[in-house]
Design a protein. Structure first.
Ligand code: S3P
Length: 429
C-alpha cells in the first residue's frame, strides 16, 4: 500500500482513449471457456487484478489458459476434465469471481476451498449459497457459509425456480451457472433487471435459453462449445473519464470501444438528464455486446434524481456520479441504492466521508445520498478503503481541486483499471 500525491492544477482534458476491457465480461469469458469443450479465444481481455484472480483459480483446476497481452486462449475438455485443486482457490478482491465460482463449483466433480482478501471476507455469500443449497449444493463456510473461507463439495444438482430477492447479476449468474449442470429447468425471476452478460454468453457458447419479461429459463445438461469472445470496453471504467471530461475546464475527450449494453448504460442516461454535452455513436462490430464511441465535453450540469430500476444499471458508477453531482447546479438525490453498503467497501459511507473531506455538500441517507452543488473542491488526504472505485473517484476529483489530493492507496485501482493513471496523463493538458 503506497501513498500517491495528485497535484494537477486544474487541467483541461483533450484527446482519445480506448477504454480497457469490461471486467464482468472478461471474468465470464474465462469461466465459460473453462466450462466449454474445445478452444476459446478472447480479445480485449481486462488485465485487471480481479480478472487475473479468475484465471488463477481455473489454472488451479487444471484448465490450460494462455495470456498474450489482452488476448487469452482457454483450452478445456469440459468440466468433467477438471482436476481437484490441491491449493486454495484465491479470489483476491473479486466478488464476481467468488460468487460465480460458487455456482460453477457446486455442480462440478471436485472438492475445493475458496478464499479472498480482507474485503471479500466481509461480503455476504449467503445470497448465493442459499439458492445453491436449495439446488442441493454442499457448501460450508464461516458463519454457516455467509463468509469466506468456503468449502465446496461438487455434487449433483436439481434445478430451481428462484425469485431474486435483490437485483444482483452475481447471484443470478451463480444460479444460472449451477443450472447448467442441474437436472431439470432452471428459472430465475428478476423484478429489477441486472446486467445480462451471463445470458448473452450462454447463447454465445451455444446454449438455448429463453428470457421474457425478467424471467430466464433453460434446461440443465446443455453442453457449451468453445468460441471467440470480443470483450467490449468497460463502461464502468469509461464513467471516470465521462465525468472528468464533463467537469474539467475546456475539455473534450473521445472514448472509444465503450460497452453500451442496455443493462449497464444508466450512467449515459444520468449524464443526459443532467445536461451533459455528450454524443454516443454506436458501432456495428460486436455481435453479442454493443459498443459505442462516446464524446464528452465540459458541461453545465443540473442536479437530478437517481432512483428505482435505473440503480442496477449504474450501481458501480454511483461513487463517480456523486462527484459529478458536486459540480451540478441544485440538488441530486440518489436513493434505492442500499446495495452500495455491501460492495468492496460500504460505498455510501466511503463516498460521503471522502467527498466531505474535499468540501463537498453531501449527506448520507439510509439508501443513498443527497448532494448540493456546485461546490468548489479543496485538496485533502483521502482514504480509498482498498476500493478501486473510491480511489478513482478521488483521483478524478484531484483534477478540479484547489490543492493536492493524497490517496492512501492508489494501487487498488489496478483491480479494474491498471492503466488509469496513464490514461489521465494521456489526456491531461
Ligand atoms: C457484477 C455484478 C454487480 C457489480 C459488480 C460486477 C457482475 O454486483 O456491482 O461489480 O460481474 O456480475 P452485484 O451482482 O452484487 O450487484
Amino acid at each position: 500500500m503506497s501513498e500517491k500525491v495528485l497535484q494537477y492544477h486544474k487541467p483541461s482534458l483533450q484527446g482519445h482513449l480506448t477504454i480497457p476491457g469490461d471486467k464482468s465480461v472478461s471474468h465470464r469469458s474465462v469461466m465459460f471457456g473453462a466450462i466449454a469443450t474445445g478452444k476459446t479465444t478472447v480479445d480485449g481481455f481486462l488485465l485487471g487484478e480481479d480478472c487475473l484472480s479468475t484465471i488463477d483459480c481455473f489454472r488451479k483446476l487444471g484448465v490450460k489458459i494462455d495470456v498474450d497481452g489482452t488476448n487469452v486462449t482457454i483450452e478445456s475438455a469440459g468440466m468433467e476434465a477438471w482436476q481437484e485443486p490441491s491449493e486454495v482457490l484465491y479470489t483476491g478482491n473479486s466478488g464476481t469471481t467468488t460468487r460465480l465460482m460458487l455456482g460453477i463449483l457446486a455442480g462440478s466433480n471436485v472438492h475445493s476451498v475458496m478464499t479472498g482478501d480482507a474485503s471479500i471476507g466481509k461480503r455476504p455469500m449467503r445470497r448465493v449459497i442459499d439458492p445453491l443449497r436449495q439446488m442441493g449444493a454442499h457448501i460450508t463456510g464461516r458463519a454457516d457459509g455467509q463468509y469466506t473461507p468456503l468449502a465446496i463439495q461438487g455434487s449433483t444438482l436439481q434445478a430451481i425456480d428462484y425469485q431474486m430477492p435483490v437485483a444482483s447479476a452475481q447471484v443470478k449468474s451463480a444460479i444460472l451457472l449451477a443450472g447448467l449442470r442441474a437436472q431439470g429447468t432452471t428459472v430465475v425471476r428478476e423484478t429489477e433487471i441486472s446486467r445480462d452478460h451471463t445470458e448473452r454468453m450462454l447463447r454465445q457458447f451455444g446454449a438455448q435459453l429463453t428470457v421474457e419479461e425478467g424471467v430466464i429459463s433453460f434446461e440443465g445438461g446443455q453442453t457449451l462449445l468453445g468460441t471467440h469472445v470480443s470483450v467490449p470496453g468497460d463502461i464502468s471504467s469509461a464513467a471516470f473519464f465521462l465525468v472528468a471530461g464533463a467537469i474539467c475546464q475546456d475539455s473534450k475527450v473521445v472514448l472509444e470501444n465503450v460497452g453500451i449494453n442496455p443493462t449497464r448504460d444508466g450512467v449515459i442516461e444520468v449524464l443526459r438528464n443532467m445536461g451533459a454535452s455528450m454524443t454516443v455513436v454506436p458501432n456495428e462490430d460486436n455481435q453479442f455486446e454493443p459498443t459505442a464511441t462516446i464524446t464528452i465535453e465540459t458541461s453545465t450540469l443540473k442536479g437530478t434524481i437517481i432512483e428505482g430500476d435505473i440503480i442496477p444499471r449504474l450501481i458501480d458508477e454511483i461513487p463517480i456520479l456523486a462527484l459529478l453531482a458536486t459540480q451540478a447546479h441544485g440538488t441530486t438525490i440518489i436513493k434505492d441504492a442500499e446495495e452500495l453498503k455491501v460492495k468492496e467497501t460500504d460505498r455510501i459511507t466511503a463516498v460521503v466521508d471522502e467527498l466531505q473531506k474535499l468540501g463537498a455538500r453531501i449527506e448520507a441517507t439510509k439508501d443513498g445520498m443527497v448532494i448540493e452543488g456546485p461546490t468548489p473542491l479543496q485538496g485533502a488526504s483521502l482514504k480509498t478503503y482498498g476500493d478501486h472505485r473510491i480511489g478513482m473517484m478521488g483521483a478524478v476529483a484531484a483534477l478540479i481541486t484547489n490543492g493536492a489530493v493524497t490517496l492512501d492507496d492508489a494501487e487498488c485501482i489496478a483491480v479494474s483499471y491498471p492503466s488509469f493513471f496513464e490514461h489521465v496523463e494521456a489526456v491531461k493538458k
